[in-house]
Write a protein that binds this ligand. Structure first.
Ligand code: CP
Length: 363
């Protein structure tokens, strides 16, 4: 069964088709208003959200379908200790498609092993956020018209920012792309991701100054410092205002540069920047509904004609496992989910072993 756990689950052609479909829905919403009649989306949000949850729900309602779910895991049986696997085993009997957000990395992969219906990752810890990336890509396509030969500055929390990780993976597939990675040293992109960029031959610069490369950028992707992922509140307070974009800092930027942000913002973009035509973040949030409509349609269409069974089938695990490893990532789903084994798979290119769930290197 098809799921969307990472943006790399989609080919470039599929992304192009999804973005074209989203634009068609945007232009002709009435033609799609009955497309999901009789279908149900479950929105399971184990972590707070405004845009992702409401745009998923709005997307399904706009397609003529219905929604159910929870936006606070403490009102679900998670509070009583129910596992992700059991929750999904049950809810996948009540809905045709599931969008889920979870604070633990790899939780949607666990869900995909226990579901009868497609799972969409609506954000898992600091790991992936593929539907935000689809939103970002639609924004870039509509506002710049192409993905090639772009210099993209990612600024802020590049360690825990899942939207950064997914967008970097997506943009790494296009020719001529270059990254400027702007962060305090403590919140830099992980060595594993930098290694991936080197392997793919993507040029990048790491720096701490927001202004230093401003004039080179086609996109400035600002991010919030992710306070909820810090082990130390003191460290968060020290770093939280590392970058604040103000109109004067945009003085040296290209006339057509896009300022993007997945939102919510806290203090990293001054409200005065909103008046600048380059500020694309509220348009970006607007496009989210349409890419999610296109995605729901695609995943449900691929399931058409296949009956849903009361038996949910068996999970699939990778070959080439490393016996005896323990994942050291405190944000990995293996730290909380009952009954999950420690599974490490061998990366075909590097030969390294990585956690099956959160993809951290085996130590
Ligand atoms: N961009 C994003 O994921 O926003 P929410 O946390 O409000 O869903």
């Amino acid at each position: 069964m098809r799921h969307l756990l990472s943006i790399l689950d989609l080919t470039i052609q599929e992304i192009d088709d999804l973005l074209a479909s989203a634009e068609d829905i945007l232009d002709h919403p009435d033609q799609y208003s009955e497309a999901c009649r009789g279908k149900i989306l479950a929105a399971l949000f184990f972590e707070p959200s405004t845009r992702t949850r409401l745009s998923f729900e709005s997307a399904m309602l706009g397609l003529g379908g219905k929604t159910l779910g929870f936006h606070d895991a403490s009102t679900s049986s998670t509070r009583k200790g129910e596992s992700v696997a059991d929750t999904i085993s049950v809810v996948s009997g009540y809905a045709d498609i599931i969008a889920m957000r979870h604070p633990k990395e790899g939780a949607p992969l666990v869900a995909s092993q226990h579901t009868r219906v497609p799972i969409i990752n609506a954000g898992d810890g600091g790991h992936h956020h593929p539907t935000q990336t689809l939103t970002d890509l639609l924004t870039i396509r509509r506002e710049l018209g192409h993905f090639e030969n772009l210099t993209i500055g990612f600024c802020g929390d590049l360690k825990f920012g899942r939207t950064v990780h997914s967008l970097m993976e997506a943009m790494s597939r296009y020719a001529g792309v270059r990254f400027i990675l702007i962060s305090p040293k403590e919140l830099a992109v992980s060595p594993v991701m930098l290694e991936e960029l080197r392997k793919k031959g993507i040029p990048y610069v790491e720096c701490e100054s927001l202004e230093e490369h401003m004039g080179e950028l086609d996109i400035l992707y600002m991010t919030r410092i992710q306070g909820e992922r810090f082990a130390s509140q003191e460290e968060y307070l020290r770093l939280k205002d590392s970058y604040v974009l103000t109109p004067d800092k945009l003085a040296g930027a290209k006339e057509k540069m896009l300022v993007m942000h997945p939102l919510p913002r806290v203090n990293e973009i001054a409200p005065q920047v909103d008046e600048d035509p380059r500020a694309a973040y509220f348009r970006e949030a607007f496009y989210g509904r349409y890419v999610r409509m296109a995605l729901i349609l695609k995943l449900l269409k691929e399931r058409e004609g296949k009956p849903v069974s009361p038996d949910k089938g068996r999970p699939h695990y990778p070959r080439n496992q490393l016996p005896g490893g323990v994942c050291k990532n405190p944000h990995c789903i293996t730290t909380t989910e009952q009954g999950l084994g420690q599974i490490f798979f061998q990366d075909e290119e590097s030969g390294e072993y990585r956690c099956f769930y959160c993809e951290n290197k085996a130590e």
